[in-house]
Design a binder for this molecule. Structure first.
Ligand code: PNW
Length: 502
């Protein structure tokens, strides 16, 4: 049943991009196969004691490296239009730079041809956190400007080889997690520190953000102006809809600060002429690197659409001692964001902080995406012309302890989340006039959920971690049914009058 009755009969245009998503390190396994070099994520589960909640590793993950033909056949059989997946830099350039690994490239040649042969569209991310370990060892990876040239060298190679197969490009997944997902800077006890940066410092985080956005903008401008590429390109943002905890001015300001620190940090592409928001500059001072005018010009306008990984909804409040006191004190626990967030309580289903360490950040509040899409379009980034929800998904807190196949496959909370989330996206489009042009569910199947390990499950398909068989869950059928009901009405496009900016 529709959660939003007004959209029960509404249709999406044919060119609405939709499907399921994955990331190389989370699904591929085969971490040392066919010439692949090590990434930081190959090392972390083995060398950093207790870094992974259930002590699993990504060594095999979902074994996709060997099972991709079955996976693609299954996507086709299920009727999924598009697959959003990522490429592992260390399969192309095992040491991050230097000679190309032909075996790794041959593997991706096969993958792309097979996806195409199954009639599925490829949506491709060039970098999803699996930084080549060699670049960490030689210059501290994302804390050094050297990373820009190495990323650009890899990205150019992958783009030139695969552009013809790709429907849309993402340069980066969620640079908002630059602080540690890209390299796990806190594991400086295993790897040395670089550039005067110790372990997990703020300076490392903001250097990482700085060079990531420069790398993104450099490859974007090359793709459009030199290569003359025609496919849409952007990077994937990570942010959630933020509601003020109260009507007080301080809590309103807290909302603004949370948005600045998540979205505004990389928002120079659409606003501020390529620069950082004033709140970051004021608060961070000399911690925040400075863009030259030429760099700001490079960044401004360096994207074709806004991609948002939106999972949940949060309240924001001023920190206990107030925003001003926090901004003035670098050792305040809330520095530099100087706002606190708490989760909106989910409707209907219990979700508890203690139920599953991997999902504490993710209450099921899919209603937030509708106002969030309006917020992005109308208020925040006036230059955004269209939005793709590049990831949304749910890890049921109870799923880790499910043990019968029936319990696992009857994932009603995730099915509920899918139905409600999609209804809200559709409502944003047809009732609120937001030009949302795509939606991708995370994840194609259960996979290696970073520091939460294999035990935290986001899949629309269950993966048996002994046989590696995949089984579609109820949520997969809910998802597919939704697109059967709402997809493919050729008349719909003409009815959408999307506002572009203010
Ligand atoms: C995404 N949040 O990260 C990543 O792109 C995936 O690799 C990951 O598996 C997936 O979400 C599920 O965690 C996010 O706090 C991490 O809102 C955190 C948030 C959102 C996305």
């Amino acid at each position: 049943p529709a959660y939003i009755p007004e959209v029960a009969d509404a249709k999406l245009p044919d060119d609405f991009l939709w499907g399921v998503a994955s990331a190389a390190f989370q699904v591929e396994g085969a971490v040392d196969a066919e010439g692949k070099g090590p990434s930081v994520w190959d090392l972390i589960p083995h060398r950093w004691v207790n870094s992974i909640a259930d002590n699993t590793t990504g060594d095999v993950a979902a074994n996709e490296y060997y099972l991709y033909k079955q996976d693609n056949a299954r996507l086709k059989a299920l009727g999924i239009q598009s697959y959003s997946f990522t490429l592992a830099w260390t399969r192309f350039f095992p040491f991050g730079r230097g000679p190309v690994n032909e075996q790794g490239v041959a593997h991706y040649d096969d993958l792309f041809t097979d996806i195409e042969a199954n009639g599925i569209k490829s949506v491709v991310t060039l970098f999803h956190w699996d930084t080549p370990l060699a670049l960490f060892n030689s210059y501290g990876a994302w804390t050094s400007e050297d990373i820009v040239a190495d990323y650009v060298n890899y990205a150019k190679y992958a783009i030139m080889r695969y552009d013809k197969y790709v429907t849309a490009w993402y340069t980066f997944n969620e640079p908002q997690y630059c602080n540690w997902r890209f390299s796990n800077y806190p594991f400086g006890t295993i790897l040395p520190s670089y550039n005067g940066i110790g372990t997990g410092g703020l300076r490392a985080q903001y250097l990482c953000g700085h060079y990531t956005l420069l790398a993104h903008a450099t490859i974007y401008k090359w793709y459009k102006n030199v290569y003359k590429g025609t496919k849409p390109m952007t990077f994937k943002n990570s942010a959630n809809y933020i509601i003020a905890n109260s009507s007080s001015a301080a809590d309103q300001e807290a909302v603004q600060r949370v948005n600045d620190y998540n979205m505004g940090w990389y928002g120079g592409v659409w606003t501020n002429g390529g620069d950082y928001p004033a709140s970051l500059k004021d608060t961070l001072g000399d911690i925040l690197p400075v863009y030259t005018q030429a760099q700001k010009d490079l960044i401004a306008g360096a994207a074709d659409f806004y991609a948002i990984d939106a999972y949940t909804t949060l309240y924001a409040a001023a920190p206990p001692n107030g925003i001003a006191a926090c901004v003035a004190n670098r050792s305040d626990p809330n520095y530099p964001q100087c706002a606190t967030t708490t989760q909106l309580q989910p409707n209907g289903f219990p979700a508890g902080p203690n139920a599953d360490a991997g999902a504490t950040w993710l209450y099921s509040t899919p209603g937030g995406v509708r106002p969030f899409l309006s917020f992005i379009t109308k208020e925040y980034f006036p230059k955004v012309k269209s939005i793709v929800v590049s990831e949304f998904g749910f890890a049921d807190p109870a799923e880790a302890s499910f043990n019968t196949l029936e319990q696992i496959l009857w994932d009603l909370r995730r099915a509920d989340y899918m139905q409600s989330f999609l209804d809200n996206i559709l409502a944003a489009r047809v009732l609120d006039g937001v030009n949302v042009t795509g939606a991708f569910a995370w994840a194609i199947y259960d996979n290696f959920e970073w520091n939460s390990g294999l035990g935290t499950k986001f899949g629309l398909q269950y993966v048996n971690n002994t046989s590696y068989e995949r089984y579609p869950k109820a949520s997969m059928f809910q998802f597919l049914n939704w697109f059967k009901l709402h997809g493919e009405d050729k008349t719909a496009t003409a009815n959408i009058t999307a506002p572009v900016g203010k």
